[in-house]
Design a protein around this ligand. Structure first.
Ligand code: CMC
Length: 444
């Protein structure tokens, strides 16, 4: 039997837990170290698998692969738990605000009063963007999708804030972190204003993070705009619910982009691009398109039938999740928030909400959805709230990106500080042609 990795390293038998891999073709056995986190399934450490055995692992979509060790967010998808640094999302949504959650994700603890006030001050006083950035927007068509603008403008920040791009300097990392969290609402609101052909609105330092965002999105210089505190609280809660979600596609994109040493602005732009897809953050926009297409409750069975048809690529948007095999805890909070927002706005009949509630009811009783454990996810109810607040569907994923920026940057910071951090470089199972001789053009 070959030595366990720990034995091989130390030369002494180790006391750790191992699983044994038996290669029946060579009759060799390999002991693979099992590592435990504070919660969640144990992991088999395969870092030296190739060196020890000559094999790679094969896991497209990374369904069973842990790509990093992290202390930020814990999800138990089987029972529908989401916690940041140990605090449940339900408690954070009820008792904290987005600035608390940002601080928690970035620095590991909830801030005390003076830490909070310093942090809010720092974020507030970095919310303006370089005036030259205004001209950058003008290069886009007015009908450009705001996510296309977001990816472009955020990517361009490294050209505007070059003095925050040295990833090896902790002070520059701190500055880039605060600049990104602070400027994202301004950049997002500007993308919206640009699409409307309205003037950009400068941030106001006397408003909270969420209220200031609503002010920049909805006010015009011609008249006074008073932010509705109920809507500001609902906006803040939406930001909290989207702040981080461990190693999802966009976060993994940010980490892998950052693993090469790329600057944080470039990494966040990569995350935005990844988030845009309809299987990820683009789903909130797709949910509203779907609910409008369904139109009325009596057409729901037709759409459920399509979603179940193996020969039809159609899926119920806002349903299903790679990790949650139970109700997404964020969707439960959002469902409540939707009712609050509609009540505040005096909207008694919202046909889209009626359709959504009925769709959820029917799907959750359907064998297909029950067997596959497909529940509403965070995107199912967020769009109805955002639409009621006045946002067009094209802005929904932008709001997700705004809120998720802190999660991306917290995960990026964690990766940079990891002592054994290496460039992310997956392997592959090659199934193309073997070597062949070049054929000249006249012989092909
Ligand atoms: N409607 C109908 N069938 C579905 C759905 C759905 N929304 N989601 C999954 N399935 C089926 C799928 O066809 C597959 O069936 P089978 O085993 O017979 O082939 C089974 O359920 C497992 O699905 P999967 O595609 O292998 O699961 P995944 O973990 O790779 O994908 C997902 C997860 C979120 C991409 C997928 O559920 C989906 O496309 N949902 C709709 C899009 C959506 O709402 N995305 C937002 C995700 S939450 C927020 C975020 O991450 O940004």
């Amino acid at each position: 039997m070959s030595k366990s990795p720990a034995e091989a390293k130390s030369g002494k038998p180790a006391n750790g837990e191992y699983v044994t891999l038996i290669d029946h073709s060579t009759e060799k056995q390999y002991d693979l170290l099992v590592r435990s986190g504070t919660e969640g399934p144990k992991v088999i450490d395969i870092q030296s698998l190739y060196k020890d055995t000559g094999y790679f692992t094969y896991d497209p979509g990374y369904t069973s692969t842990g790509s990093c060790e992290s202390t930020i967010t814990f999800i138990d998808g089987e029972i529908g738990i989401l916690r940041h640094r140990g605090y449940s999302i339900e408690e954070l949504a009820e008792h904290s605000d987005y600035m608390d959650v940002c601080y928690l994700l970035l620095y590991g603890e909830l801030p005390n009063a003076s830490q909070k006030s310093d942090f809010v001050h720092e974020i507030t006083y970095h919310s303006m963007v370089h005036e030259q950035l205004l001209y950058f927007y003008r290069g886009f068509r007015r009908d450009a999708h705001p996510m296309a603008i977001m990816a472009g403008v955020v990517g361009a920040l490294s050209a505007f804030y070059h003095e925050s791009t040295d990833i090896n300097d902790p002070e520059q990392r701190r500055m880039a972190t605060h600049q990104l969290v602070a400027k994202m609402p301004t950049i997002a609101a500007m993308a919206y204003k640009y699409s409307l052909g309205q003037p950009f609105v400068y941030p106001r330092n006397d408003l909270s993070y969420a209220a200031n965002f609503l002010h920049m999105a909805f006010s015009v210089p011609a008249e006074e705009y008073n932010v509705n505190p109920v809507l500001a609280r609902a906006m803040d809660r939406i930001f909290i619910l989207h702040a981080d979600h461990e190693q999802n596609a966009s976060t993994s994109t940010v980490r892998i982009a950052g693993s090469s040493g790329a600057n944080p602005f470039a990494c966040i732009a990569a995350g935005i691009a990844s988030l845009w897809g309809p299987a990820h953050g683009g789903a909130n926009e797709a949910v509203l398109t779907m609910l409008r297409e369904i139109g009325s409750k009596d057409r729901i069975p037709e759409f459920i039938k399509r979603a179940k048809d193996k020969n039809d690529p159609y899926r119920l948007m806002g349903f299903g999740h790679r990790v949650y095999k139970n109700y997404d805890p964020r969707a439960a909070v959002l469902r409540e928030s939707t009712h609050e927002v509609l009540a505040e706005l005096g909207i008694k009949n919202e046909p889209l909400l009626d359709t959504a509630i009925e769709l959820e009811r029917i799907a959750l009783q359907d064998d297909y959805f029950v067997e596959k454990k497909l529940f509403p996810n965070v995107d199912f109810y967020s769009g109805i709230t955002l639409q009621a607040m006045g946002f067009p569907t094209s802005m929904f994923t932008v709001l997700f990106a705004l809120a998720r920026t802190v999660g991306w940057i917290a995960q990026w910071k964690e990766m940079i500080k990891e002592p054994n951090q290496r460039i992310g470089r997956p392997r592959q199972l090659y199934s193309g042609s073997q070597e062949r001789t070049f054929v000249p053009l006249d012989k092909r």
